[in-house]
Design a protein around this ligand. Structure first.
Ligand SMILES: [Zn+2]
Ligand SMILES: [Zn+2]
Length: 303
């Protein structure tokens, strides 16, 4: 019993660390910036601020069966990450070194381009962002189009309430696939840069997070999984807005398979899946035409 309590305490403390880690979406500063944007929007729309705040902080929202499952998946994936992903898969760096050795063996010495360190850093940050964002989009696209993948991704879409914690409501199979995807992208892009350039091979960071992720998170990323409607108008052709991700979660059949993008909307434009938020209304979140029982254990095999 004592051991179980200690384990629970450990998990609780570990998850609090997410609030203090700038590489996590729910870092306190990102949550705060989203809250500030939300308050600004409520004031601009002349809505009742105290009523909206009471709604956002109410236990009905955070203890709703759908929200509770977000936390269960968060905890399970967190433990699996510590136990499996980190020790078994390691980091992208070791993959980059291995790939780089292969390049040397096959094509001889690299380091062809002598560019200033800052130029390489900016280039690396941009290329990493583009490859990372496209790979996220494409894997997400496959989750929706391949029936076996959808079975697991449907867990994320079965949320009927959206809170910032819904980001972590993903099946452990999806978490593993996402970890491998991220590892491959970092490994592949780093290996290429290590091979072609001789210095400056690291992304430009702010508080330890890549500058692109930092800016994205400061621009209200947590509102994507919330009921605060924020569109970017014309810019939604370029950058995915929180409202566009809410459309992605909509129960309406016409919103199915729309807005797969993470940050850039250009991939959705290329694949014909872009829906702008203007003149679009979302009536509710969840799986179209399917009522899902919000039971964590029965979701382990997917939906
Ligand atoms: Zn999806
Ligand atoms: Zn989502």
């Amino acid at each position: 019993m004592m051991e179980e309590l200690q384990q629970l305490l450990f998990i609780g403390l570990e998850s609090v660390q997410y609030l203090l880690d700038p590489q996590k979406r729910i870092y306190w500063l990102y949550l705060l910036s989203s809250a500030v944007i939300a308050v600004g929007l409520i004031m601009a729309r002349r809505e009742n601020i105290s009523q909206q705040l009471t709604k956002a902080l109410s236990w009905r929202l955070w203890l709703h069966p759908s929200s509770r499952i977000d936390f269960y998946w968060f905890f399970l994936n967190h433990i699996l990450r510590i136990a499996l992903v980190v020790p078994v898969l390691g980091g992208g760096v070791s993959l980059a070194i291995t790939l780089n050795r292969i390049l040397y063996k096959w094509f001889g010495a690299g380091d062809f381009w002598q560019l200033p360190e800052l130029t390489v850093t900016v280039l690396f940050t941009l290329v990493l962002f583009l490859v990372e964002d496209f790979s996220r989009f494409f894997v997400h696209y496959l989750y929706h189009k391949v029936p076996l993948f959808w079975r697991f991704h449907a867990i994320h879409h079965s949320a009927t309430i959206l809170t910032p914690m819904t980001l972590y409501r993903i099946h452990w199979a999806e978490m593993l696939v996402n970890s491998i995807r991220s590892l491959l992208v970092i490994g592949f892009v780093s290996a290429m840069f290590i091979y072609f350039f001789d210095n400056g091979i690291h992304p430009y960071t702010v508080f330890g997070a890549t500058i692109t992720a930092f800016l994205f998170n400061m621009a209200g990323s947590n509102l994507r999984h919330s009921s605060v409607w924020l569109g970017f108008g014309y810019f939604e052709r370029w950058v995915v807005s929180p409202a566009q991700h809410q459309i992605h979660h909509s129960v309406a059949p016409e919103h199915m398979d729309k807005n797969f993008g993470a940050t850039l909307a250009v991939w959705d434009r290329l694949f014909g899946s872009l829906t702008m938020s203007q003149n679009t209304k979302v009536e509710g979140y969840g799986l179209a035409g399917k009522a899902v029982e919000q039971r964590f254990l029965s979701q382990q095999g997917g939906l």
